[in-house]
Design a protein around this ligand. Structure first.
Ligand code: PYC
Length: 332
């Protein structure tokens, strides 16, 4: 029996995959996107597993659904899906979803060039430029980002002692900067990043409980952001972001760039209004900026912006049948 049929627009944001699923949306209960995220995870997670895991997806697969706005002035809402679950916020996913939806006539801005989107992490504003039906760039004014914990020492097999910070930029990021036992991403292979990152994540989550002060459903340090020397002369910094169980972000990571700017701001190394060109593991770039300084629940935070681009690579109709032993995918 047919369990589901999903029309998808596939593409990438600065190299990292984005799958916008435009049909087969489950009806979600709840008033906010955070509530709806919980409902999706509890009652409809098979859709994510089917569309993100092999054989219909792969380790890096990431995407989302557009929903009607949950606020009066919103233009639309996004539910993010990826191999690790449903992220509260995803920067590269938002840039891709907005680009694909605008180019396919699925999103209409009340004010041309501007969109207000509701995400599980909160409201984000989008600015974009469209020429001859093609979106040239998308800029996200992201949710508040802040440095959550500083200088935590962990012990990691093979590497030894590491001193790390944790910052929030829509997800909680463990930030590893060059130090005695880690010389920078240019000194690690992709295989080593995939091997050490889960060890770093486990060590941190065993030691510290990260919970968002305004939404207790957003918890746990999920991503590991390793820093290093950029390949491009015009980049300010480079990173390799580990997410899920086996993924290194091919884009510079929108929520990771927000978290990194919050960390650098808190340490006095990046100022309000300063532009921050952040490079990914494959050398693609986002332009970040600290737009404003604010506070959430008494914590000093920044309002970051991130700008990048996406390209559509194709469309597909994905079917999920009950008699397929891998209807809900698998992970190796
Ligand atoms: O761009 O925010 C992002 C992101 C999160 C995980 C992968 N990319």
């Amino acid at each position: 029996m047919r369990k589901g049929t999903f029309f998808c627009i596939d593409g990438h944001t600065c190299g990292n995959p984005v799958r916008l699923i435009t049909s087969g949306h489950p009806q979600l209960s709840g008033l906010t996107m955070s509530d709806k995220r919980q409902d999706f995870l509890k009652n409809h997670d098979w859709i994510r597993q089917s569309l993100m895991f092999e054989p219909r997806g792969h380790d890096m697969m990431s995407g989302g659904f557009l929903y009607p706005p949950t606020t009066e002035d919103g233009d639309a809402a996004i539910l993010f899906v990826e191999t690790s679950g449903c992220l509260p916020m995803c920067g590269h996913g938002t840039i891709g979803i907005v680009t694909f939806a605008l180019e396919h006539g699925l999103l209409h801005a009340k004010v041309p060039g501007t969109l207000l989107l509701d995400t599980p992490a909160g409201r984000v504003q989008i600015n974009y430029e469209m020429i001859d039906g093609k979106v040239q760039w998308v800029k996200i004014y992201n949710v508040p980002a802040y440095l959550a914990h500083q200088s935590i020492v962990i012990e990691v097999d093979e590497l030894g002692e590491l001193n790390v910070d944790i910052a929030y930029g829509g997800n909680f990021y463990i930030i590893v900067e060059p130090q005695d036992n880690f010389k920078g991403i240019e000194h690690l292979t992709a295989g080593q990043i995939l091997k050490y990152s889960p060890l770093v994540r486990d060590a941190i989550n065993a030691k510290i409980k990260c919970t968002h002060p305004l939404d207790p459903t957003v918890q746990g340090a999920s991503h590991v952001l390793w820093t290093g020397t950029p390949k491009n002369a015009n980049s300010n910094a480079a990173n390799a972001v580990f997410y899920g169980d086996k993924a290194i972000d091919r884009s510079p990571c929108g929520t990771g760039t927000s978290a990194r700017m919050a960390q650098l701001f808190a340490k006095g190394q990046l100022a309000q209004g300063q532009s921050f060109t952040h490079e990914s593991y494959i050398g693609s770039q986002f332009i970040g900026c600290i737009e404003k300084v604010t506070e959430i629940a008494g914590i000093t935070a920044i309002l970051p912006s991130i700008q990048g681009w996406s390209k559509v690579t194709g469309t597909s109709t994905i079917t999920v049948d009950d008699d397929d032993p891998y209807a809900f995918g698998f992970q190796v």
